[in-house]
Design a protein around this ligand. Structure first.
Ligand SMILES: [Zn+2]
Length: 369
């Protein structure tokens, strides 16, 4: 472990952020105060090394995440489908793709079913063995920088939940840029640091980004500005930010050396339906569209019901206020009537007294007489 004195952007004037992180005001990245060297990323002992088998089976599980086996089932129809939409939009099949940090291999499988010549890459031999057995996908083992991949041979590189783990994110992205063909696309998903935010500010609003402050594994955390600067420095200056799957704490972006152009949806369908497996993926996407539409409709209807309930509650409160006000006025009126009746009684009594006195009945009326 070495102290990080210089940011990946070259700035040495780092500001304190927390005990475990420093903040670079030049690019708005957070850097772990203690940065492990590249060697700690090699998995030679799956039982002992940090990114070995136990990373998924114990470390992630201890933080409440599903195991690799569970995720191999869960991720396919949710986050993998979300990522696939972006790949289809910017680089439809056929194309060569590499998923760095492929874990269970489900996304590699989905890409292959959609018509891509896709491979995975991960650090742990045991994890990769699982991916091969579960999905029958080709997977490389070890850091990207050490792979024998021809320059300008890939159309798509996906680095989903990878960048934050790396001690040298710029070196990694430079390698990615060298592997991409002209017009090739990098897809990134990484936690999104709300730039300029202090730890106290994040804590006071209970920002979900706080979930990512694990300095032992998340060595760099990037704002959108930082991702833009990082991609540009690596030779991928065209960056488009997309809707993240986990919108409450992630960012999702496509980056390229050249202009990023979206493929028209009908062309994506044409490419997908060119193969039997592609048709199945197309059906999965259609089903997902229908589910999302139904969820949006449900959310709209729930919103309307809430609004109607609130209006009805407000109306009820207003009516209750009127009833209470009328009750108060009725009480006041009753009091007034009682007072008037009392005064009338007194008045009547005093008039009768005067009349009786005047009539000579005073002897019986005046006790002192
Ligand atoms: Zn910086």
């Amino acid at each position: 472990m070495a102290g990080s004195e210089t940011c990946w952007c070259g700035n040495r004037d780092l500001l304190p952020f927390s005990e475990a992180y420093r903040r670079c005001p030049n690019c708005e990245s957070l850097l772990a105060a203690h940065m492990p060297d590249g060697a700690s990323f090699r998995v030679t002992d799956d039982e002992r090394d940090f990114y070995g088998r136990r990373y998924f089976e114990e470390y992630a599980a201890a933080r409440g995440f599903p195991t690799l086996r569970e995720r191999a089932r869960l991720d396919l129809a949710e986050r993998c489908l979300h990522w696939l939409r972006a790949v289809l939009a910017y680089q439809p099949p056929p194309a060569a793709a590499l998923d760095v940090g492929s874990a269970h291999g489900g996304f590699v499988a989905l890409l292959r079913w959609a018509g891509y010549d896709a491979s995975g890459l991960d650090l742990s031999p045991a994890t990769n063995e699982f991916a091969r057995a579960a999905f029958g996908v080709p997977v490389l083992t070890g850091p990207l920088e050490e792979q024998d991949i021809a320059r300008s041979s890939l159309d798509v590189v996906a680095a989903l939940d990878v960048l934050e783990h790396l001690p040298d994110p710029l070196g990694f992205l430079r390698r990615v840029a060298a592997l991409l063909r002209p017009g090739g696309v990098l897809l990134l998903q990484t936690p999104c640091y709300p730039e300029g935010a202090s730890l106290a500010g994040l804590e006071s609003r209970q920002d979900r980004f706080l979930d990512h402050l694990h300095a032992d594994e998340h060595l760099h955390l990037f704002s959108k500005t930082a991702v833009g600067k990082l991609c540009a420095a690596a030779g991928l200056p065209q960056v488009v930010f997309l809707d993240p799957f986990f919108a409450h704490y992630d960012l999702f972006a496509a980056a390229s050396a050249g202009e990023l152009r979206e493929t028209p949806p009908e062309e994506v369908v044409r490419r997908l339906t060119a193969s039997p497996c592609g048709r199945l993926v197309d059906a999965l996407l259609q089903k997902d569209d229908a589910l999302r539409l139904a969820a949006a409709q449900h959310s709209r209807e729930t919103g309307e019901l809430h609004a109607r309930l609130e209006a009805s509650e407000a109306d009820r409160a207003a009516r209750l206020q009127v009833i209470e006000e009328q009750g108060r006025r009725l009480g006041a009126l009753e009091k007034e009537i009682a007072t008037l009746r009392e005064r009338l009684d007194k008045l009547s009594a005093s008039r009768l007294y005067r009349l009786l006195r005047r009539a000579g009945w005073w002897k019986w009326l005046d006790p002192d007489a």
